[in-house]
Structure formats: C-alpha cells, structure tokens
Design a binder for this molecule. Structure first.
Ligand SMILES: Cc1cc2nc3c(=O)[nH]c(=O)nc-3n(C[C@H](O)[C@H](O)[C@H](O)COP(=O)(O)OP(=O)(O)OC[C@H]3O[C@@H](n4cnc5c(N)ncnc54)[C@H](O)[C@@H]3O)c2cc1C
Length: 393
C-alpha cells in the first residue's frame, strides 16, 4: 500500500516511522520546508507530558498516558537524551487550592502513578526558590530532545525503504479510480494521503477535501525567555503553575531543557501570522482568514482580558517577568534574556470554544489530523498507532 504523508513534523514522522516498519506499507513523506521539524515540533518546551490535566476519557488523555511510555522506550532504544525528572505544580493563591486538588484527581483518573503533595520541607529540598501554598509532585513527567527524536525517526523511515522529500509543498491532490495523486510526483498513485500539516492543517483539509472547514486553526505564539548561567540554580526540574482549566495552555512555567539550559515560558499570544515567530511578523492573508471567522470573534469577545494580558507579556518584559515571579519571586529582569518562540496550532470552533481534544477526520482516502496540540509531541508514537488502527484499512 502506498501512503503519502504531508508534513514533516513529529506527528508525520512518527506515523511514517510506524507505517514504514510494517512490511505492507510504502511511505513518501513530503515537507514544504528545507528541513524537518521546523515549526511546532522543533520549537516546543521539550517536555514529556504524562496526562495530568487532560479530561479523563478524552483521546488526548488516553494517548498521553500510553504515549509517554512509548516515547521513553523509544528514547532508551535509540539512545536519545531524556530524563524523567518529574515536575511540580504550584498553587500560589487561594483560588488555586481547589484547582490543584482537581488536577490531582484528574491525574489519578487518568491512571498516573506516584502523585503526591509535597511538604514545605520536601519542596525546599527539590526547588528551594519556588514559592507555593500547595505543591503537587508529578514524578512521571520529564524532558527530552525532540529534535533528536525526529532525526532518529527520519533515519528509520529512510533506512527501511521510505522516502522523504524536503522543499515539497503539496498544494493539490486528485483522485482517479480510487487512487490519489499529488502535485509533486504526479505519476505516483497513493492509497491514502495523511494530512499532518500542523499550523496549516485546516487549510490543507479544505484544499484536499474541497469541504468547508468545520473548525479553524488560530495561531497562538508561545514566547520563552532563557535564564542566564548565574540564574540556572533557581530551577532544578520542571515548575508549573496551576493551569486555567478553560484553556489548553499550561501557563508560563520553568523548564530544564535536555541540553541543560533553563527556560521560562511560553505565554500564549494571538499571532498575526501562522508561522510568525516575532511579534512584528504579520500576514494579512492569515489575519483576514481568522478575523473573518465568527468563531475567532466569539473567542475574543469571551476572552478579551486573557488576550490583552497575554499580548502585554509579549511586548513588555516586565509583564512577562511578573508571571515568572509568581512561581519564583526572586527572579529579576537581569536573570532572563529573550529566547526562542513557537506557534501553537489551536483549533477554535464556530462558537468560539478552544478545541481541547485531538481531532481526526477521514474523507475517502484522506486522513486529516487537525488540532494535534500539546502533548502531541510526547504522544506522537501513540497517535501513529491510533491512526493506523482506526483509519487505515
Ligand atoms: C510553544 C509550544 C510548546 C509546546 N510544548 C510541548 C511540550 O513540551 N510537549 C509536547 O508534547 N508538546 C508540546 N507542544 C505541542 C507539540 O509541539 C505539537 O503538538 C506537535 O509538535 C505537533 O506536531 P505536528 O507534526 O502536528 O506539527 P508541526 O511540527 O507544525 O509540523 C507540521 C509540518 O507540516 C509542514 N507543512 C505544512 N503545510 C504543508 C504542505 N502543504 N506541504 C508539505 N508540508 C507542509 C510544516 O512545514 C511542518 O513542518 C508545544 C507546542 C508549542 C508551539
């Protein structure tokens, strides 16, 4: 069976790696950039999420729990740098106290092991600079080098006979006699085409299926600051705030990266361009696309203060710093400098609700992975199994 995968982020690569390792499939993976993983997958927090906050029973919760185990095994097998260092979630206001209990409850329902509330002494030992009213330890969480994971998956695809085509944007497909053809390589017939185009997934869906988009991807940029060498001592592992359950974003947190750096972020700023990594990056086309969508306007109407607040953290370092200081009060402006940024592909429905679960649509021989949001990097291998088992016959 010939299968074309469009999009060379971690989701496309994981699906390609899994399919190509089975004898009956032949994979061609097409990526529009000159390199793999150039967008979300190469610009994330590098965290292995184990399924704490996700709604029990959701696809996301199920795949996060199984996905982290698979990813850890994959890293062990292929000698990829990772560390299950655990994370703490920190309640810093009375309002958080109920929410942190709910999080612990959700984690238990999702099957997480070893969750426990830390005493002040235990917190001090683990993260001496963190201020907290109540602290939840999530020992199964960790960090990983996702770029190395993607490199390894792409090597596996190539060494087992698959093809990867870079600088290959797929714009058009056609169907003749139950086989699919694409604008590049137009003489090759495919049994399935899988859309893994991340930030472009809804546009690709519309182009390929000719059907109206049921949701729209709105770009939310996540900006990071990096801690200076001298400030690194303030963060030993992963330090997260209690997230707002209304949003899929986890809030500005401190991360020890796999390379030893410490980062703080990301915020969640409405971006003026889908693949725009600076706040000066603007695409009129992308903006018209979401500004003309009633779901976007409904979202902004319902969450105006959130949008303004996040935007302020993008243009004012002091505003960003305030969020960081909620967790580590001693951190100052001199301790952090501007770091990398990523843009999240966040689906919004017509009513203006952020879509909280993964979303897959199959139309004929096309499989579209929409809304592969965090923790899709952690559970990319589990997503691959889910697609193969449920959508490829
Ligand atoms: C700031 C941030 C922090 C995050 N932190 C974490 C984390 O710590 N842990 C975690 O598990 N997840 C995290 N995530 C989420 C995770 O990174 C994404 O869910 C995941 O990378 C999505 O992978 P993808 O392959 O679907 O998308 P992408 O990585 O965006 O890949 C899509 C690819 O498709 C290509 N493409 C688009 N259109 C076409 C076309 N027409 N033809 C050919 N190619 C095309 C693009 O160039 C791109 O390479 C984070 C995301 C962000 C943005």
């Amino acid at each position: 069976m010939n299968i074309a995968i469009v999009g060379g982020g971690i989701v496309g690569l994981a699906i390609g790696h899994k399919l190509q390792s089975k004898r009956q499939y032949n994979i061609d993976l097409y990526e529009k950039e000159k390199q793999l993983g150039f967008h979300q997958s190469g610009r994330n927090s590098g965290v292995l999420h184990c399924g704490l906050a996700y709604k029990p029973g959701s696809v996301k919760a199920k795949l996060a729990v199984s996905g982290i185990k698979q990813m850890i095994n994959y890293c062990k097998k292929h000698s990829i740098n990772h560390d299950i260092c655990g994370k703490i979630v920190v309640a810093t206001s009375n309002h958080h106290l109920k929410l942190i209990d709910n999080l612990a409850e959700r984690g238990k329902m999702n099957g997480l092991k070893g969750l426990k509330f830390l005493s002040d002494g235990e917190l001090k030992q683990r993260e001496p600079f963190v201020k907290s009213l109540k602290t939840l330890l999530v020992p199964e969480e960790g960090i990983v080098d996702y770029k190395a994971v993607m490199k390894s998956m792409s090597n596996n695809i190539l060494s087992s006979g698959g093809n990867i085509y870079l600088s290959s944007k797929i714009e058009k497909i056609k169907k003749i006699n139950n086989k699919m053809y694409i604008n590049i390589n137009s003489s090759k017939a495919y049994d399935y085409i899988i859309n893994c185009t991340g930030l472009q997934a809804d546009i690709t869906y519309k182009k390929f299926s000719k059907e109206k988009r049921k949701m729209k991807i709105v770009p939310f940029r996540g900006e990071y600051y990096t801690l200076t060498e001298g400030a690194k001592k303030m963060v030993n592992h992963l330090v997260y705030p209690v997230s707002n359950p209304k949003f899929p974003f986890l809030g500005v947190h401190f991360t020890r990266m796999a390379n030893g750096d410490r980062e703080v972020g990301p915020n969640a700023v409405l971006a003026f361009k889908r693949e725009g990594y600076k706040n000066s990056d603007i695409s009129i086309k992308d903006m018209v696309d979401y500004l003309s969508y009633p779901g976007f306007l409904n979202f902004v109407r319902k969450n105006f203060l959130f949008c303004i607040n996040e935007f302020s953290t993008s243009i004012l370092k002091s505003s960003f710093l305030k969020k960081a200081q909620v967790l580590i009060p001693e951190i100052t402006s001199n301790d952090i400098f501007s770091g990398p940024a990523g843009v999240r592909a966040q689906g919004i429905d017509l009513k203006g609700n952020l879509i909280m679960d993964f979303d897959v649509i199959k139309t004929n021989n096309q499989i579209h992975i929409l809304n592969a949001q965090s923790p899709a990097a952690t559970c990319s291998l589990a997503i691959a199994d889910y697609i193969i088992e449920n959508y490829i016959k």
